[in-house]
Design a protein around this ligand. Sequence first.
Ligand SMILES: NC(=O)c1ccc[n+]([C@@H]2O[C@H](COP(=O)([O-])OP(=O)(O)OC[C@H]3O[C@@H](n4cnc5c(N)ncnc54)[C@H](OP(=O)(O)O)[C@@H]3O)[C@@H](O)[C@H]2O)c1
Length: 278
Amino acid sequence: MGDDSILVLGATGKTGRRVLARLRMLGAPVRAASRSSEAAFDWADSTGWDAALDGIATVYIVPPDVPGPVYDFVARAEAAGVTHLVLLSGRGADQWGDTDFGAGMLSAEDAVRGSQLGWTVVRSSNFSQNFDEELFHEPLVAGELALPAGAMPEPFIDLEDVADVMAEILTEPSRHSRQTYELSGPRALTFAEATELISRASGLFMTYRRVSADDYAVALVNAGLSEVDARSNAAMFVMMDRGIIADPTDDVAAVLGRAPRTFEEYVVRTAAAGGWRR
Ligand SMILES: NC(=O)c1ccc[n+]([C@@H]2O[C@H](COP(=O)([O-])OP(=O)(O)OC[C@H]3O[C@@H](n4cnc5c(N)ncnc54)[C@H](OP(=O)(O)O)[C@@H]3O)[C@@H](O)[C@H]2O)c1
């Protein structure tokens, strides 16, 4: 590992594995880290952090859900000679207010911004891939997606665009230092419209139903989530319903010089790959 080595945290996750593949393709020296990765890294146990940071210049940080650990991590990164931190966060973080949602991301933003290092914060809209790689997948395939979202649209972003943006920043960090980017897709659509597009392309009958945030939290607990995670997920929809993150942004184009991929492109690609099969 050389002076320009990049540490990718959350390397097995939805963004991390896409970022890693891009960096490897570019020939950048990278180290993949998470609890199950080659470089063992656990937010709950700092014993492996110094080894993960050894020889690293730039770090991609997927923050933990709980507030706190990123402050210690930033201090270790400074001591290890890291020069730049790139943080994944959520769209509109400074407007979320007092809510059960996003405490880990807010704390991580504060820790990264307070560091002596170069930093870039990338706040993302809801990922399109939540519909096939995440919580919305199972109910969709079963035929009904029920969420606490109504007429307020969301400009879903394709994770391939998030990863393209991260790869650009991680390989050209000084160009993006002290910037906060707010990423979105090119068009906002309601969850009912998103469900309709996925139903069409997959050829499966799927419906959308609006439920209350409380009922959604109960359903998530019944599906196996912890009370805290269920409350956080439900609170995200209450935050979104305020309309503060409903408009598309220009930041994918600002970083990459091209428009973001459409939701329809994501749906066609994922349906063709068998992403929604019964
Ligand atoms: N979903 C969305 O629409 C959306 C939008 C904006 C922002 N976000 C934020 O994006 C983040 C999630 O990113 P993602 O989707 O790329 O990840 P992800 O798919 O949720 O995967 C989580 C990653 O973190 C690792 N991990 C889990 N627990 C860990 C621990 N205790 N210590 C170290 N690593 C751990 C996992 O690997 P191991 O299991 O191997 O440790 C995995 O690589 C969250 O902060 C979320 O709030 C999500």
